[in-house]
Design a protein around this ligand. Sequence first.
Ligand SMILES: Cc1cc2nc3c(=O)[nH]c(=O)nc-3n(C[C@H](O)[C@H](O)[C@H](O)COP(=O)(O)OP(=O)(O)OC[C@H]3O[C@@H](n4cnc5c(N)ncnc54)[C@H](O)[C@@H]3O)c2cc1C
Length: 327
Amino acid sequence: MPTSKDPTDAPAPSIAHPVAPTATAPSIAHLVAPLLTHPEFEHDPQLPEALGQRRRPDPAQRLRRTMAPILDLEAKGPVLDPTVFRPLKLAGKSRLSHNTARYRLALPRETDSLGLPVGQHVSLAATIAGRRVIRSYTPTSLDSELGYFDLVVKTYDNGLMSTYLDHLAIGASVLVRGPKGQFNYSPWMAKHLLLVAGGSGITPMYRIIKSAALDPDDTTKMCLVFANISEEDVLLRNELDHLALKSNGRLEIHYVLEHPPPGWKGAVGYVTREMLEERLPTGGPAGGKVLLCGPPGMTKVVKGALKDMGYYVPRRPSMIEDDIFVF
Ligand SMILES: Cc1cc2nc3c(=O)[nH]c(=O)nc-3n(C[C@H](O)[C@H](O)[C@H](O)COP(=O)(O)OP(=O)(O)OC[C@H]3O[C@@H](n4cnc5c(N)ncnc54)[C@H](O)[C@@H]3O)c2cc1C
């Protein structure tokens, strides 16, 4: 996982509270309004009584009730804003390994969805020792999980934001803005994905895999090569194995360990060209995409190997149309 002193984060951030959306597209309220006054929804309250029937609920009222959460969201604006930091509360924390924890951040309302396209990330901001610090993180939860989102963050000994998060009390706030990033996963973007992750670089891959594996209409084949130092470092392993089971054979996972325990059945050492060659999307670059996220040493080796195999290695930042997308 690369460190993120994201250049797009550079300007001094402003803090604000939910505002009305500024989109120029017609609002949902505007689109629904004609329906609410449509003759089909008109209701004569006298009629059922006159006929000796039980009063049926007013269809216009029913429609208004169904639309209420959407109209409410529209009135208050989406949870995330790409330019404005908003405070969100830490609702829970669970340790995943000796140096990594899952942080649950509460959204303003229980019915809120984060509204983050799959493949994109958020920025967190905090003032740490008098310095404004901004870092990128990729949630592991999907937008279908309402009222919260989860971050899996590795704590570095001298890491400013990761140590700050590690010490954040439940109920305290952290500043969040987004969506950010160039990647936006869709089930039609490739027939086959090769995902290569190292350590905490699993987070963007995990959200893509989760979205694809749980979508019954998604037919994308995925192969994850996940490299770590030791078995304890393998994050989200149970969740990944569960998704492989749920994927109807669409997800294959290859764990690679630098220091394996006795009896380890997976691959050993670093990610190699041979390992990639065996698992590349069939048909080369035209057949699919390679997604890559991990420490700089790993991404350099993988990009070099793919280049030798005919893949076009993009300059940073990667663009969604590239054969190889580096997060
Ligand atoms: C798009 C994107 C998404 C990301 N998503 C996640 C995520 O979901 N989870 C997550 O844990 N991280 C993620 N990161 C990395 C994250 O943004 C921070 O860089 C990381 O948390 C370290 O920040 P820090 O302030 O704690 O450390 P810093 O204060 O920036 O660094 C202090 C020291 O810590 C060490 N260090 C920091 N990062 C690394 C590293 N990657 N490898 C080796 N040594 C390091 C170095 O010695 C460094 O000098 C993402 C990065 C990007 C660009």
